[in-house]
Design a protein around this ligand. Sequence first.
Ligand code: SF4
Length: 347
Amino acid sequence: MKPFDYIKPATVDAALAAWTPGAAYLAGGTNLVDLMKTGAAMPDTLIDVTRLPGLAAIEDLPDGATRIGAMVRNSDLAHDRDFAAAFPMVAEAILAGASGQLRNAATVGGNLLQQTRCSYFQDPHSPCNRREPGAGCAAREGVNSTHAILGWSEGCIATNPSDFCVPLAALDAVVEVQGPNGGRDIPMAAFHRLPGDTPDKPFALEPGELVLAVRLPADARATRANSRYLKVRERTSFAFALVSAAAGLTLDNGRIAEARLALGGVAARPWRVPEAEDMLVGHAPDRDLFDRAAAVLLEGAAPSGDNAYKIELARRTAVKALDMAAAGTPARVPALPASTFGEPAHA
Ligand code: SF4
């Protein structure tokens, strides 16, 4: 491992002032430290932000929004009873990710900024445009069965690995950041960038910007009675999604008044298509209707390697998640969160 400096500032302002090109902010370390061990990341300074004041709270704001501090641990968020009741698809997604130990350490801010699990990105001896612009992409001709089917480019076919970010995108979350030039809000839909010609810039952050919090707007609670996250993976725990879906419905007299739908595991960001949601509104929940919406959601999908199977898998996952959401949110998060083998709704 390359030697590095470690500093632990006491305030957000001090953390921002300490940042220089080559430095990295350190939170739970469940991703960054792994990348440092392999040599895929080599910051010269780690700025530990875990003890900065004011970043570890879950707050209800006067406008009805919910603000989650960037240093809230994943486990603490998922097990907060009020939060899980208001945003059950978010709690279910968090509990479908990683392992109990990792969720205890991993933070909200770090989850947003976790790197792709493309194995060539993590191996510094493999060419990777995301790690080193212009180097090439080993995954194009390599092992790529889990890679992207939407939004990919010739330069990079990696996916975003987060479960948490999928319902955040579906619910129109906003990311609060602070940087050398002040603070700003970034809509979740714009926080993760598609690779295009610049796969080395996967996040919409300017140099030195620090994630302070994520806000869920007041109307994101509207789907809480009919809200699910479904994750298809190679084993039922401690595995990244091949495909996942967050689905939320607001039902009024048996008809869909509002729909939220996003896919994970298919692109470099959570995948959401407003037209697919709009076509559900005004209709009663119905399998044929869900099939048509899933087809719109997956328009333009194309294999980037040995992954054509993910197109049909994503379609079925979206339909199943909508079916499960229409059946109702379970009274408590299932023992196997986000699993097709979990308990039925209202169990
Ligand atoms: Fe790197 Fe992206 Fe290619 Fe993976 S898919 S090797 S992350 S450029």
